[in-house]
Write a protein that binds this ligand. Structure first.
Ligand SMILES: [Zn+2]
Length: 127
């Protein structure tokens, strides 16, 4: 059985694009496959959490150096980090939270890819 690719599951969870025939086919597979259904459910929860994230959802406000570090990483090395005069505005905080969640989702996808590749490698399909 060919599972739905993780990237496609992420697209299904985001539901940003108009559904295609490939999406319908993938959803048919998801209905019958526990593994893909679990992964889509998890990704859908991550997307829902990211879309409704508020700073108050954090147990404590992150230290100022966290925002400085994220700001520095996002803006790249040519720009020296700006000392924040105050905490970033709520829109920017949500954007940064989404970036962090996107990074986490990317890591999960990469982890699954490596896991699948390792399984295939053990079966001698891929080296
Ligand atoms: Zn599957």
């Amino acid at each position: 059985m060919t599972h739905v690719e993780s990237a496609h599951l992420v697209e299904l969870a985001l539901r940003n694009a108009t559904p295609t025939d490939a999406d319908a086919e993938a959803l048919l597979h998801v209905e019958r496959c526990d593994r893909c259904r679990d992964e889509l459910r998890m990704l859908t929860r991550v997307v829902a959490a990211a879309r409704t994230a508020q700073l108050v959802d954090l147990p404590t406000a992150p230290p100022e150096r966290v925002w400085q570090r994220i700001s520095r990483d996002v803006s790249g090395p040519p720009n020296p980090p700006r000392p924040p005069a105050s905490a970033p505005d709520p829109g920017r905080r949500v954007l940064l939270a989404l970036l962090a969640l996107a990074a986490a989702a990317g890591i999960a996808v990469a982890h699954r890819y490596l896991h699948e590749r390792s399984e295939l490698s053990q079966r001698g399909v891929v080296r």
